[in-house]
Design a protein around this ligand. Structure first.
Ligand SMILES: Cc1cc2nc3c(=O)[nH]c(=O)nc-3n(C[C@H](O)[C@H](O)[C@H](O)COP(=O)(O)O)c2cc1C
Length: 438
């Protein structure tokens, strides 16, 4: 039997860890997450573990209830990643960018800047932005509906690609004697006149080392899957079960193949929160400690917020209004999670329904020893559920340090994971081709 392809890991960076109680159990100063050393330490740890990338999410507006319950550090991801480019050498740098609240030329330029400064390590997590609060922050009266956001997203990515591809790879000649820095015949003004986006104008610097940053997509809805099948070169998912992960990955890969793409060029990395211990009992105790500190008040508000609803308009001690979940289609996959929980427990108050829902990016929480996690990862890969994982330490940097120090060596010993970086770009780590200009 041929060797299975190597696993891929992405480190999700979050203040003090992904569990909402993390900041209350770690020893670090609660304000340390506002300084570069916090991020630099995590990125270097992930790089020591030869991980493919670190990932910084972006939520463009935060509801005020959140500031009370957990650290708020939603910096501009590209600024943070640019700083991390200077303190790391190999690891990929993936950041979220919204197709609803930015413009293609500007965003293409910002990610291409990161790609240059990092020597080809940039990745763009394409999102359409769930929270309606972003609208007002960006000067809009109204948040667009799900279908409109995705229609704009597809065109946005095409437009961004036209900007990245506006220079030939060999356009810079640097001929001092003739006084020609770049050959003008090798730049091509994009003229993108779409339904939603209009742009003209070359990238204001040459094509970046990867040609185009790696395109990542995390939408789970049918529209999100369609966007992934078209463009994504890495997909984040948040499945609740292995079966759901297998079905999602198979459907995505079939759809991409039908469009002429190779499934191996679309690694799928489910989000996995991780709590490790030297024994399973110890890991369970730590996970329980985090849960014991979790706030009911935060959970119900967060369940609404991540579903795109305003918590201020709801009573936690009453059931969720039936007109929301009865016959209407949920506006997003997150909303569907909440509505499904409400359908399961029709009379239960919102407060109780919300206990069923993990408000964050993922729904999986691994609790156990490093050996058990290595077995889990290999089992999911062998069953076609994943090509690796987006690792979300329930506390940071602790869980990431344990993952790198204890799980990575086990996977290496079992021949499933690289022993060194073999290339210099994020595309190299992911075995993705460098796209030619059309
Ligand atoms: C690992 C992971 C990371 C995500 N990161 C972001 C993010 O940074 N910003 C954001 O607005 N949505 C993020 N999402 C949410 C998705 O992009 C998407 O908006 C959400 O699933 C709702 O869209 P859908 O209805 O197509 O699924 C993330 C999801 C996952 C699984």
């Amino acid at each position: 039997m041929p060797n299975p392809p190597g696993l891929h890991f992405n480190a999700f960076v979050w203040p003090h860890g992904y569990h909402e109680s993390a900041w209350r159990v770690v020893d670090d100063d609660p304000r340390s997450v506002l300084g570069l050393p916090y991020y630099a330490d995590i990125a270097r740890t992930a790089e020591r573990g030869l991980m493919d990338a670190v990932f910084l999410a972006d939520n463009l507006a935060i509801a005020e209830y959140r500031v009370q319950h957990l650290p708020q550090t939603q910096f501009d991801p590209i600024s943070v990643l640019s700083a991390l480019a200077g303190v790391t050498e190999h690891i990929g740098l993936i950041g979220t960018g919204s197709t609803t609240y930015s413009t293609p030329w500007d965003l293409a330029r910002r990610f291409a800047t990161l790609d240059h400064l990092s020597g080809g390590r940039a990745g763009w997590n394409i999102v359409t932005t769930i929270t309606p609060l972003a609208a007002a922050a960006f000067g809009k009266q109204k948040h667009l509906a799900h279908a409109d956001r995705y229609a704009r997203a597809g065109e946005f990515v095409e437009a961004a690609i036209s900007v990245w591809d506006s220079w030939d790879d060999d356009a810079v000649v640097g001929d001092r004697s003739r006084g020609v820095w770049a050959d003008r015949s090798r730049v091509h003004t994009p003229r993108f006149h779409g339904k939603y986006h209009y742009l003209e104008g070359i990238l204001p610097f040459p094509r970046s080392p990867q040609g185009r940053p790696v395109l990542v997509q995390a939408g789970q809805s049918p529209a999100g899957q369609a966007l992934s099948a078209r463009f994504a070169e890495m997909v984040f998912t948040g499945p609740a079960t292995k079966k759901a992960a297998i079905d999602f990955r198979a459907a995505l890969h079939a759809r991409a193949a039908a469009g002429g793409r190779l499934p191996q060029h679309i690694p799928v990395l489910p989000a996995l929160m991780v709590t490790l211990g030297s024994t399973e009992t110890e890991a369970r105790r730590q996970a329980q400690h985090l849960e014991d500190l979790a706030s009911d008040e935060f959970r119900w508000q967060n369940a609404l917020y991540t579903a795109g609803l305003d918590p201020d308009g709801y009573d936690p001690d009453a059931p969720l209004r039936a007109e929301l979940w009865k016959d209407t289609e949920a506006p997003s996959s997150r909303a569907e999670q909440l509505y499904a929980a409400a359908r399961r427990q029709r009379r239960a108050p919102l407060r109780q329904i919300a206990r069923d829902i993990t408000g964050g990016a993922g729904q999986l929480h691994f609790i156990g020893t490093p050996e058990q996690l290595a077995d889990f990862v290999i089992d999911w890969q062998d069953d076609g559920a994943a090509d690796g994982f987006t690792i979300m330490g329930s506390t940071l940097p602790n869980e990431l340090t344990a993952f790198v120090g204890q799980v990575v060596p086990l996977l290496q010993k079992r021949g499933r994971y690289r022993r060194a970086y073999t290339g210099s770009t994020l595309r190299d780590h992911l075995s993705l081709p460098r796209p030619d200009r059309p």
